[in-house]
Design a protein around this ligand. Structure first.
Ligand SMILES: Cc1cc2nc3c(=O)[nH]c(=O)nc-3n(C[C@H](O)[C@H](O)[C@H](O)COP(=O)(O)OP(=O)(O)OC[C@H]3O[C@@H](n4cnc5c(N)ncnc54)[C@H](O)[C@@H]3O)c2cc1C
Length: 475
């Protein structure tokens, strides 16, 4: 089979389906090749409020609001559980966008991909892109793909978008992937039922617990349902390798689960939350942690989302970075293909100036997070003199960063983080901003009803439907 159209997209995750929807909406013939059959599990469940306008543009906001848990903010807790800082998006985002989402990725990704299909993109699930030719004689691209049943297919287009996630389809073939050795981490995660909804979980807060010392990691707890909490442990790879060797020497068969539980239950906060809980999914392991790619675009291709770079997910920024990059690239692809001033590559250059700036900013914030003598987000909120004179500004910076203001204002925040590496300025910032009472409160004042109402309404609808079915009544 040979398909011929405008844009071939490899990968049907959030980055792929965003580009597919936006380009199909503009009338382009788009094919999305996705190696898995959806729904499939994926990590990356806590989203940033800055996703909100993208959801509106894609036309999925109402559906998301009717299905997923809402997220009013983030709480950073120190290792012992004695000190904490709560960042509430409502401090800086007015209007409904202050309530973000925690999603179950299998459902979220399916919803986005179905939406792309509704807008006219052709979706091929169970279809793995195998090889790519970016130097076709007509200036276009050719992808050879293999369907699950073994059938080979050819996809020809004028442009290729690689949204293959951490598989890095194009970058691996171009040998353009570079690891970040200082951010070499691995994550173990799964979902739990029976967890105690307390200490902020009942408020929909994303909980991040520091794991200091040689672990150089953290734990996340994300309420993704009314009785379903996603819990992950992120550890420095060298620490993980050492612990694995110890557990294997002791003859432990499932060293991953043993290590996961060992780290979770060493945190007093998590031990309390999970005291009566049980895991309800297989454990997931995500290694190959942080990397960037040396060439992200060319005259007929662009890399978006994790296919272009992956940074430690401590700030829950991955889905937003991926979807917003994809949105910017979709506009640049349109400019390129429609000759609306993009034929010389300037539209794509401009898009990547913003994308690279956003990734560099997140990278910098993450390195500060892991630097024990720099900023500590369990204790932090533009310039040095501003900290004194305009508390509100200084307070807002941290919130905007955690909410996802990475793209348009990345230079400003970058300078701000540079300033905070000066211990004197950091001290000043701590005393005037971080230690404010509203920061040390454990809540964003969101009611459980507001946070979980959509799910409860959905449960009620399903319960009624099943009662009607049992009673043979019409729906
Ligand atoms: C441990 C961990 C925790 C995280 N937590 C968060 C979080 O809380 N919040 C957040 O925003 N982000 C988080 N992230 C990051 C987030 O998961 C990613 O940034 C996001 O999923 C990237 O989306 P994407 O569309 O680029 O890639 P993906 O979602 O990975 O989608 C890529 C798709 O491409 C398909 N594919 C790959 N190769 C091929 C091929 N050859 N042919 C066809 N299809 C192919 C894959 O099957 C996949 O469906 C986390 C990441 C990790 C590792």
């Amino acid at each position: 089979m040979t398909w011929t159209g405008d844009v071939v997209i490899v990968g049907g995750g959030p980055a792929g389906s965003t580009a597919a929807t936006l380009l199909a909406k503009r009338g382009y013939r788009v094919a999305v090749l996705e190696k898995e059959e959806f729904p499939r599990e994926h990590v990356g469940e806590s989203l940033l409020p800055y996703c909100y306008p993208i959801f509106e543009q894609l036309g999925v906001l109402d559906e998301l609001a009717g299905r997923f848990v809402r997220k009013p903010g983030v709480r950073f807790v120190d290792t012992e559980g004695s000190s904490q800082t709560t960042w509430c998006f409502a401090h800086v985002i007015k209007g409904p966008g202050y309530l973000s989402f925690h999603v179950i990725r299998s459902e979220f990704d399916q919803l986005l991909l179905d939406n792309a299909a509704r807008h006219g993109a052709m979706i091929r699930e169970g279809t793995r892109a195998q090889t790519v030719d970016l130097a076709c004689s007509d200036g276009g691209v050719k992808v050879l793909a293999v369907h699950d049943g073994g059938r080979e297919e050819t996809y020809r287009g004028r442009f290729l978008i690689d949204a293959s996630g951490r598989d890095t389809f194009v970058a691996s073939r171009m040998r353009a992937k570079r690891p970040h050795p200082q951010l070499d981490r691995a994550a173990l995660s799964t979902h739990w039922a029976g967890a105690r909804y307390e200490g902020g979980i009942e408020q929909g807060l994303l909980q991040v617990v520091y794991l200091g010392g040689e672990k150089q990691g953290w734990i996340w707890a994300i309420p993704v349902g009314t009785d379903r909490v996603s819990v992950g442990v992120v550890l420095n790879h060298s620490y993980l390798r050492g612990e694995r060797a110890k557990l294997v020497r002791l003859g432990r068969e499932d060293w991953q689960m043993d290590l996961y539980r060992q780290e979770l239950f060493s945190s007093p906060f998590m031990a309390e939350v999970l005291a009566d809980a049980r895991t309800i999914q297989p454990l997931m392991f995500n290694g190959d942690y942080s990397y960037s790619v040396t060439q992200k675009h060319g005259s007929n291709f662009a890399l978006v989302g994790d296919a272009s770079a992956f940074i430690d997910p401590i700030f829950a920024s991955g889905v937003y970075l991926s979807m917003n990059s994809s949105r910017l690239v979709a506009d640049a692809v349109h400019a390129t293909l429609s000759s609306e001033g993009g034929m010389d590559g300037s539209a794509m250059e401009n898009a990547y100036a913003m994308i690279d700036g956003a990734y560099a900013l997140v990278d910098k914030a993450i390195r500060m997070f892991y630097n024990p003598v720099a900023i500590n987000f369990a204790q932090i909120g533009s310039a040095a003199e501003l900290i004194h004179r305009y508390h509100e500004n200084a307070l807002a910076v941290g919130h905007f960063l955690l909410a996802g203001d990475f793209f348009e204002n990345h230079e400003r925040y970058y300078r701000f983080l540079d300033l905070l590496s000066d211990p004197e300025i950091l001290k000043l910032y701590r005393s005037t901003v971080i230690e404010r009472p509203e920061f040390t409160a454990a809540t964003c004042d969101a009611s459980p009803l507001e946070i979980f109402a959509p799910l409860l309404a959905e449960h009620e609808r399903r319960r009624e439907q099943s009662l009607r079915t049992q009673a043979h009544l019409p729906a």
